[in-house]
Ligand binder design. Sequence first.
Ligand SMILES: [Zn+2]
Ligand SMILES: [Zn+2]
Length: 262
Amino acid sequence: MIFDSHSHTIFSSDSDMNAQEAAIKAASLGIGLVFTEHYDYDYCFSKNFKDMDFRFDPEEYWKSYEHMRGADLRLGAEVGLTMASIAPNTEFIAKVPFDMIIGSIHCVDGYDLYYPSFYEGKDKKTAYESYLAIMAEMAVLNPYIDVLGHIDYICRYAPYDNKSLLYNEYRESIDSVLEAVLATDTVMELNTRRLNDGQTAIELMPIYKRYHDLGGRYITLGSDAHNINAIGINFGIARDFADSIGLKIVTFCQREIELIKY
Ligand SMILES: [Zn+2]
Ligand SMILES: [Zn+2]
């Protein structure tokens, strides 16, 4: 069974997805689901902070959802990777037996990439290279993560006319990310949210091919759903994408890679 290994329920401050409804939706699609709630420890100190607190109590999360946990539903978290959050993340992760931890870059130099202020005064190359540099550094410094989330996150919000993250344009920076991921036994996520437009899959393909060439064999698929309609989104495209490169879709259970059959 294929898993949607990236989703957010009410424990994430930017989601009001009901866990039961999400589980029913995933079952109706014939896929498994991993809840990966946001834990961005130092987000409230970000320079463009907008009064959101992306933290939650892992024990409360466990108490609320442990009864749902099973063969087709797993409990994880998505931790924001910043220099200041390394120790708090490590402490957070140890509190309950999470199935899977995604590490993600949501903030660079104290700015949330979601808002325009990070990009002000920066050309695309400067913005994208600083994003990729921090991603490579964080992948090295946070070897405890299981999965590196959405390498193309910046493309969702960057204000440039052409938002594409092309391997040929950012070869060295992307290689640094992939090498860090492989050196720390981290699995790349293919975030499926942007795959609907056709062009995104074409653009991302060389990055994941390079990951495979460097020794990467596994990916997780993650819709990043914040509502039930997004669960499993674009998974047909994502499966073809993985198959064409020879990457195997996996998930995690009790922090161990799970080679699912599909
Ligand atoms: Zn994320
Ligand atoms: Zn997410």
